[in-house]
Design a protein around this ligand. Structure first.
Ligand code: AAO
Length: 511
């Protein structure tokens, strides 16, 4: 009995770090700007059968409509109300998506924009997705309702009212982030309004939240909001389950605020991960893959059970946020697949895969002046995600999560779940290999010469199908075959000019 009590206490206090994915599903995908109807279909036709654990969705609440530039993706980070009403769809469509995804074991995580409302310079009107009135000058948002009392104007100490220095924690939290009206989360009224919004979503059946701009909120204020949240809906989750929380805290070092201040609330986004991995795969600054031997905490990252990791996100794939030029994206497909492959093979952190849309990049003086372009659309109405005969996506959607190499590495991670990092090998340069216990093994050649060597895989003897160059279909392999001997060793050859210079095998791809 005492043990049970102890276990349930541990279970409770760990719960916000647990994504509540279905057993054996270990990654989520950010379906950036997708419509709810398309996500519902994707859960059923692709994500569930392929072993994805869940979806991070774009902010579902009502936002301001920006027409100059025309309907940028970032208008969704300027809330007008907490009505479930966005260009991804209506509340009915949102509910339908959550139900259908949960019914096939795929969880929904909401991007919660709770630090602020719209920008201060937006004037007054009803130019919002569902027509709710706002007056940014007077800080009026009657559809919530919020008024002047509910913002931090009096608390912020900078002359401009905006964040002027990231070396001062108080202004980062009390002043406006790029002019966005900063909510007074110290007020119980504001906390209650935010919690009501999040509870509405929890009751519909979402499994958790990305807390946008968490760095711009005091950790104690976030905790006060989280303490008001309901347990997850028992239609799909066990009684007493707490919502999964991951906080967007950009901490690349050298600022007043560190991500460790937020560990008590939930996980944090580890931005060093993608910035460093991109630098290594690009071989910038003298970095090489051999140095990845102690990847994870050894590189100064947050503890693995506090980390939400990703190669790129919706900001830094287009030069917003942090990480800079080293960030790899679908635009650098060959290196990107290696980076995502490495992330999904490595045990560190809880992994999120990015799924993007294409836009017309236009670099001027090193900056993409088209970094604002919104999702594929007809006059502002988001286009359907169409599926081509070869299973890729049409209508401008990139669907990285459907690329064979990425989709198969999501499965690799599921197979390797719980298995230790093992059998590391490197050539002192950019040829490296490692396994996960006796379940899975991966080899990379990011050098300018061929790799040809015999390696200990840790796997049982047999013939394996490389899931990077092909698939195991009906017992046959459409790609490279790897023969593991009775001693666990196998011979690997990877040309430096291979389309994808890495090989991955696991016990579910044994022939
Ligand atoms: C838009 C317009 C603005 C306008 C505003 C209000 O673009 O011109 O003033 O509306 O009318 C998104 C867009 C914004 C957009 C906003 C609202 O990115 O352009 O503004 O929607 O529509 C900071 C925050 C971080 C934030 C990131 C973009 O800390 O929370 O900026 N990300 C989230 C979302 C994002 C969204 C918002 C928040 C707002 O993911 O999509 O904005 O809801 C340093 C700091 C970081 C800071 C960056 C950028 O980073 O550490 O905390 O991120 O600066 O300001 C090196 C350093 C690194 C540094 C980086 C950049 O890498 O190591 O620390 O350089 O200097």
């Amino acid at each position: 009995m005492r043990l049970l009590l102890l276990l349930s206490a541990v279970g409770l206090c760990w719960a916000q770090y647990d994504p509540h994915t279905q057993y054996g599903r270990t990654s989520i995908v950010h379906l950036f700007e997708w419509r709810w109807v398309d996500i519902a279909l994707e859960c059923e036709r692709y994500l569930a059968p392929r072993g994805f654990g869940g979806v991070q969705v774009s902010p579902p609440n009502e936002n301001i409509i920006i027409t100059n530039p025309f309907r940028p993706w970032w208008e969704r980070y300027q809330p007008i109300s907490y009505k479930i009403c966005s260009r991804s769809g209506s509340e009915d469509e949102f509910r339908n998506m959550v139900t259908r995804c949960n019914n096939v074991g795929v969880r929904i995580y909401v991007d919660a924009v709770i630090n602020h409302m719209c920008g201060e310079g937006n004037g007054a009107g009803t130019n919002s997705i569902c027509g709710s009135y706002y007056n940014s000058h007077n800080r009026e948002f009657p559809a919530v309702p919020y008024s002047g009392w509910d913002f931090n104007d009096g608390k912020c100490k900078t002359g401009s009212g905006g964040i002027e220095s990231y070396n001062d924690a108080a202004q980062v939290r009390d002043c406006r982030l790029t002019g966005l009206l900063d909510l007074a989360l110290e007020k119980d009224y504001v906390r209650t309004k935010i919690a009501d919004y999040m509870n509405h979503l929890i009751d519909i059946g979402v499994a958790g939240f990305r807390l946008d701009a968490a760095k711009h909120m005091w950790p104690g204020d976030i905790k006060a909001v989280l303490d008001k949240l309901h347990n997850l809906n028992t239609k799909w989750f066990s009684a007493g389950s707490r919502p999964f929380i991951f906080q967007e805290v950009i901490d690349l070092g050298g600022e007043a605020i560190t991500s460790s201040e937020y560990f008590g609330n939930g996980r944090v986004t580890e931005f060093k991960y993608g910035a460093k991995l991109g630098t290594v795969i690009r071989r910038w600054n003298g970095e090489k893959m051999a140095y990845l031997k102690n990847w994870g905490e050894g590189w100064g990252f947050v503890p693995t059970d506090r980390a939400l990791v990703f190669v790129d996100n919706h900001d830094n794939q287009r030069g917003h946020g942090a990480g800079g030029a080293s960030i790899l994206t679908f635009w650098d497909a060959r290196m990107y697949k290696m980076a995502v492959g490495f992330m999904l093979a490595h045990p560190y952190g809880f992994t999120r895969v990015m799924s993007s849309y294409r836009w017309d990049r236009n670099f001027q003086n090193g900056k993409d002046v088209n970094d604002w372009i919104g999702p594929p659309n007809n006059n502002g109405a988001t286009k359907e995600v169409t599926i081509n005969p070869d299973t890729t996506c049409g209508n401008g959607w990139v669907c990285e999560h459907r690329w064979r190499q990425i989709r198969n590495m999501v499965a690799f991670r599921n197979v390797a779940n719980g298995q230790p990092f093992a059998n590391w090998w490197d050539n002192g340069s950019n040829q490296v290999a490692f396994g996960r216990g006796n379940k899975a093994f991966i080899v990379f050649n990011n050098d300018d010469w061929s790799l040809s060597t015999t390696l200990q895989t840790g796997l049982p003897a047999g013939t394996y199908c490389d899931v990077i160059s092909g698939d195991k279909i009906d017992g046959y392999c459409t790609g490279i075959k790897v023969y593991v001997g009775g001693d666990g060793k196998a011979q690997f050859s990877i040309s430096n000019s291979a389309e994808d210079p890495f090989i991955a095998i696991h016990v579910d791809a044994k022939l």
